[in-house]
Design a protein around this ligand. Structure first.
Ligand SMILES: [Zn+2]
Ligand SMILES: [Zn+2]
Length: 778
């Protein structure tokens, strides 16, 4: 055999399929460069499953290509699987090329998320000699919008909002040049061919375009006006963060009296001039996801009404070139909050934004690149040494990497507030962005649109939809409509299951599920639950002693009502005379009488075992918060007054062992007695808060010991309280337990959909039809 014929025989063709986050991250150009450097011929293209390669060459060189794919993949890519197989007909390729996408099969590739402007694009943005100097929509294969402008998979320009912009000659040349950073950059554009800026006042027509529009917006912000700004995933409302008057005006117009507002700084340096930033926080702030990061700070020197009653401030850095330019021109930080009224989804369309925000904003800085999907800013923080997401949207959605696979064909509709939707596909779990609250029509429309578009984009129709156990939630009704099969998952079980799914836990755990409220198996309002959760089911091991909430729903907005209900359970009618207690004196005599009647008769005074409401009651008793204007306000303010250095004797919860097989009861009576005694002796709110938090930590450790389980899961909205979370984790570890909590997915109801999906699919994996709820017998 001659040398030539050996080479001929060894010339092999491989098909390589790469799955994961490989579209919209510059993967095809990367493959092209690797393959041409190795002297291989063939092609690379996007496929519905990810990226497909056919390459021809010596087997050893083909091996080199595959290992290069894994070792040198682009920064923003995530490879889940590489599959290779030999195919027939070698010898037909002359060169290596990038192929246009084929439309076929099931679209199961993972969608790329939206990324902040990369360093190289920033350099070009500020380089006067670059042809994209100060072009607000500069991007490349490593950065820019993705999920927010994708209409369908595969990720090609024709399937994005950029299809409305015809590339100019120079952009087109870059797009086809393998040596360019914009080789097959689907969202590429320049000032000659791409989106343009415009400014209009709320009561008039377009006043300025391009640079002049930017100037107009900057000038008005400096003058204290409120500007509606079309960002990456929707409109934001901007105002000078140093200007107390302007911030107050924004709060009034937006109907948001107390809820903290996030601040955008032009650079990390200017942020560090205002509050300290740890190395981990810096990483979060400057990462491509660019979330809002909650920092501990009290004296930031900005307007004092940014985060009233809080000891933290949400801050972020520019995520788009447009934000970059504006912030640099301004030279001061701005409030950047979602362009909506409270609880509604963020506005995305220019006309829609004008209609919805005309009474809030003085002017509008807009552009003509359509946003196909609303994406709020994500919210994160560093807690217990790890990054933790509190709102999952821009930069993170819709992909989710889980350690254990979830069977495909499932959907989950989430809860009522902070709703998200989850789907399981062949290539993993998709978790929608934060969709807002379902108590308004816009929120419900956004939910329906998202359910529809995710199903279309991933070409999947779940056979079975999991949903909350609450019979009246909009998302429950929708799950029943979506069918054909459905499966209710108890609210707190879903909270625990979400953490288990995130950490790949399959052994039995003690789930501590604490939040404001969730529909319980016994049709009462749960929220202070200790659940033994195993692969086969769950058991309610213990719960907070129940108390009545006079006024029902109204108690969610008025912490004083929770205090009233607790005091009634503790001291009966006498409570109406306790004028010295803030939650009592806050009601008129006539109101007290009505509340007492409701409590006595048990009318419109539902029972709850909620720890969230216990937080409310203690905050009200301590005189911190009687009425709340946002969810979790009283608990957050109670946490904020806590002095982390002070260590008073923790309050004590009584654990009552059941005489039958009923759950244990965690009795708050000695806690409230302790609070009342401390108030009587004039203790500070800081001491009361610390003693209360300490009591909660101790009761978790006690129940962990009782459970005889080694893995303890901390789930539910109460664990957004970083002091509670961190001190519980420390105490559990000191007592020899392993603690787990949510990091990638919010601890609040934003994580319910994942929990529902994971729980329902695992429990029913061997069943033809999902079994009836509730599941019992852990
Ligand atoms: Zn870039
Ligand atoms: Zn161009």
């Amino acid at each position: 055999m001659t040398q030539d014929s050996t080479a001929e025989t060894l010339l092999t063709r491989w098909r390589v399929c790469v799955r994961g986050v490989v579209q919209g991250v510059g993967f095809r150009p990367f493959v092209y460069r690797q393959a041409t450097e190795l002297g291989l011929t063939g092609w690379v293209g996007n496929s519905p499953e990810g990226v497909e390669i056919e390459a021809e060459g010596h087997p050893v060189v083909l091996e080199q290509l595959v290992s290069a794919l894994i070792q040198h993949a682009p920064a923003n890519a995530r490879i889940d699987d590489v599959h290779t197989e030999p195919v027939a007909h070698p010898g037909a390729f002359r060169e290596f090329s990038i192929r246009e996408s084929e439309k076929r099969g099931e679209a199961s590739a993972q969608l790329p998320a939206d990324w902040a402007t990369c360093q190289q694009c920033l350099q070009e943005l500020y380089d006067p000699d670059n042809r994209r100097y100060r072009y607000p929509f500069i991007n490349c294969t490593d950065c820019g919008p993705r999920y927010s402008l994708i209409e369908a998979l595969p990720y090609d320009r024709a399937n994005t909002a950029m299809r409305h912009f015809q590339m100019c000659g120079r952009c087109l040349a870059e797009y086809h040049d393998p040596a360019s950073r914009r080789f097959h950059a689907e969202a590429t554009a320049c000032a000659d061919c791409g989106p343009r800026l415009a400014f209009f006042p709320s009561d008039g027509d377009i006043l300025a375009q391009d640079e002049a529009a930017l100037d107009e917006a900057a000038g008005r912000l400096a003058a204290g006006e409120i500007i509606a700004f079309k960002g990456l995933g929707g409109f934001q409302l901007l105002v000078d963060a140093r200007n107390v008057q302007s911030v107050r005006m924004l709060r009034e117009r937006k109907g948001r009296p107390d809820k903290p507002l996030a601040v955008m700084f032009g650079s990390l340096e200017s942020l560090q001039g205002v509050c300290p930033v740890s190395a981990q926080e810096r990483q979060l702030l400057t990462g491509p996801e660019r979330p809002i990061v909650l920092l501990h700070t009290r004296n930031h020197g900005l307007a004092d009404n940014l985060a009233p009653g809080r000891s933290d401030l949400g801050v972020m850095l520019p995520s788009t070139p447009l934000h970059e330019l504006l912030l640099r021109d301004l030279g001061f930080p701005v409030v950047a909050t979602s362009g909506n009224r409270n609880g509604e989804p963020i506005a995305i369309d220019n006309d829609e934004a004008r209609a919805r925000l005309v009474d809030i904003a003085d002017g509008f800085l807009v552009h003509d690149r359509p946003i196909l999907r609303p994406l709020d800013d994500s919210v994160a923080r560093v807690a217990a040494g790890c990054p933790q997401l509190l709102r999952r949207a821009r930069g993170y959605s819709p992909n989710l990497a889980l350690p254990l696979p979830v069977p495909p064909g499932w959907g989950a509709t989430g809860g009522h507030l902070k709703t998200t939707v989850a789907l399981s596909t062949d290539s993993g779990v998709v978790l929608s962005q934060h969709l807002g609250d379902m108590d308004n029509a816009l929120g419900r429309e956004g939910f329906d649109r998202t359910v529809d578009s995710l199903q279309r984009m991933f070409a999947t129709r779940p056979r079975c939809w999991a949903h909350d156990g609450h019979p009246d939630y909009y998302t429950t009704h929708q799950a029943l409509e979506l069918g054909p099969l459905h499966c209710a998952v108890q609210h707190h079980v879903a909270h625990v299951a979400a953490v288990m799914a995130e950490h790949g836990l399959s052994e039995p755990v003690l789930g501590v599920a604490w939040d404001g409220s969730g529909f319980g198996d016994d049709h009462t309002v749960w929220g202070g639950e200790f659940l033994c959760v195993g692969p086969q089911g769950y058991q309610r091991m213990a719960h907070l002693r129940r108390f009545r909430l006079p006024g029902g729903e109204a108690a969610m907005r008025e912490p004083r009502r929770s205090a009233f209900g607790l005091l009634y359970a503790l001291i009966g009618e006498e409570l109406t005379e306790c004028e010295a207690l803030p939650p009592v004196s806050d009601f008129t005599r006539a109101e007290r009488k009505l509340l007492l009647q409701a409590l006595k008769a048990g009318l419109n005074a539902p029972e709850t075992s909620s720890v969230g409401r216990l937080f409310d009651a203690v905050a009200a008793l301590a005189g911190i918060c009687q009425k709340a204007s946002y969810e979790g306000q009283a608990a957050a303010e109670l946490e904020a007054v806590l002095d982390r250095e002070s260590t008073p004797q923790p309050y004590r919860f009584d654990l009552s062992a059941p005489d039958t097989d009923r759950p244990w009861q965690v009795d708050w009576a000695p806690v409230i007695e302790g609070v009342l005694a401390d108030i009587a002796r004039g203790a500070s709110v800081s001491e009361i808060s610390a003693a209360f938090h300490g009591g909660l930590v101790n009761v978790i450790v006690s129940m962990a010991k009782q459970s005889q389980l080694s893995c303890i899961v901390l789930a539910g909205g109460c664990f957004q309280n970083s002091y509670l979370l961190e001190s519980t984790i420390l105490a559990l570890k000191a007592a020899g337990f392993q603690a787990f909590w949510s990091c990638q997915v919010p601890a609040n109801d934003g994580g319910l959909a994942l929990g529902q999906l994971a729980w329902a699919s695992r429990l029913n994996q061997d069943r033809e039809a999902p079994c009836a709820w509730p599941y019992r017998d852990a």
